[in-house]
Design a protein around this ligand. Structure first.
Ligand SMILES: [Zn+2]
Ligand SMILES: [Zn+2]
Length: 283
C-alpha cells in the first residue's frame, strides 16, 4: 500500500491574465479540482496607477470580479472558490474596499518604497537593477535605510489596511542571493524583523509561506526565511502556505516541502480558508 503524503489542499495566491499571470481563473479552479483541493482563491494584482504593467487595469478589475462571482457560482458544488486580491500597500485597500468589491479575502503586499520627496516609487522585486536604483536614490546607497523603509511600509499596512494575509513578508530578499545587497544576519536586520513581527502579532493577520520566489528561480527557500519563520512561531503568529502562482502548473509548487519546513520548525497547524473562514489545518 502506498502511503499518502499530506498535501496542503489550498492556494489563495494566484495570478491570471487580468494581471501578469499566464492562465485564466477557470484554469486554476479546474487544476484545484484535479488535485483534490479543499479550496482555491484568486488574487489579482490591484490596480496601481504608477506601475500599470504588472497589475489589473481599473476596468479589468471589474471584469475579474464579475467573472469570479460567476465561476464561484458555477463550481459551487465542486470547489470552494474564493474571490481575493493582492493589494499593494500604495493602493490603500482596506476592509471598506473589501466590502465594496465583494472580496472574500485580501492579501496585503508591499512591492515599493516611495521616495521621501518626490512622486517616485522604487520597486523591490522587479529586477536587481531597479532594486539597486531604489537603494541609491532613496537612501543614497544605504541599503539599511531602504530595507527598513520597506518593513515600515509593512507595519503601516498591517495596522491601517488590515489584510487577512501578509504577502511575501521578506520580499526584499528576492535578489539577495549570497547576501549580495544586505546581510540578513546583521543585528539591524534581525532587530527590524523582530519589531515588524511584534506589530503583526498585535493583529489577526496571517503570514504566508510563499513559494513564488522559488518557482521563478530567484530564491532557494520560500518567503519568509527559516530564521524569520522561527520567530513567527515564537510569537504565535498564524501562517498559511501559498504559491503566488502565475501559471496553473505552479498551483502547489513546493507545498510538500514547505509543510515539512513548517513541521520541522515546530508549527502544529497552518491556516486554510474553508467554509468561509480561516481554520486550523493540522500538519
Ligand atoms: Zn506580490
Ligand atoms: Zn502575487
Amino acid at each position: 500500500m502506498q502511503t499518502k503524503k499530506t498535501i496542503f489542499p489550498s492556494n489563495l495566491h494566484a495570478h491570471t491574465f487580468y494581471c501578469d499571470g499566464k492562465n485564466n481563473a477557470e484554469d486554476y479552479i479546474l487544476t484545484a479540482i484535479e488535485k483534490g483541493f479543499t479550496s482555491v482563491g484568486l488574487s489579482g494584482h490591484s490596480f496601481t496607477a504608477f506601475d500599470t504593467e504588472p497589475c489589473m487595469t481599473e476596468q479589468g478589475t471589474q471584469e475579474y470580479l464579475k467573472e469570479l462571482k460567476e465561476l464561484k457560482e458555477k463550481y459551487k458544488n465542486k470547489m470552494q472558490v474564493y474571490i481575493g486580491i493582492e493589494a499593494d500597500f500604495y493602493t490603500g485597500y482596506n476592509k471598506e474596499t473589501d466590502k465594496e468589491m465583494g472580496l472574500d479575502f485580501r492579501i496585503g503586499s508591499v512591492h515599493y518604497v516611495k521616495d521621501r520627496e518626490k512622486e517616485e516609487y522604487y520597486c523591490v522585486d522587479n529586477t536587481p537593477e531597479i532594486l539597486k536604483y531604489g537603494i541609491k536614490n532613496y537612501a543614497n546607497e544605504d541599503e539599511r535605510v531602504f530595507i527598513e523603509a520597506y518593513f515600515d511600509n509593512i507595519v503601516e499596512m498591517v495596522h491601517t489596511q488590515k489584510p487577512d494575509i501578509i504577502g511575501h513578508l521578506d520580499l526584499v530578499r528576492k535578489f539577495n542571493k549570497d547576501l549580495k545587497y544586505f546581510d540578513e544576519n546583521a543585528d539591524w536586520y534581525k532587530k527590524k524583523v523582530e519589531y515588524v513581527l511584534d506589530e503583526i502579532a498585535k493583529t489577526d493577520a496571517i503570514i504566508e509561506i510563499n513559494t513564488g520566489g522559488m518557482s521563478r528561480g530567484w530564491t532557494q527557500t520560500p518567503y519568509p526565511s527559516i530564521s524569520i519563520l522561527e520567530r513567527i512561531l515564537a510569537k504565535n503568529i498564524p501562517i498559511t502556505i501559498s504559491s503566488d502562482a502565475h501559471e496553473t502548473k505552479n498551483i502547489d509548487f513546493y507545498f510538500e516541502e514547505s509543510l515539512e519546513i513548517a513541521r520541522r520548525i515546530g508549527f502544529k497547524s497552518v491556516k486554510i480558508l474553508d467554509g468561509g473562514e480561516f481554520k486550523d489545518f493540522k500538519i
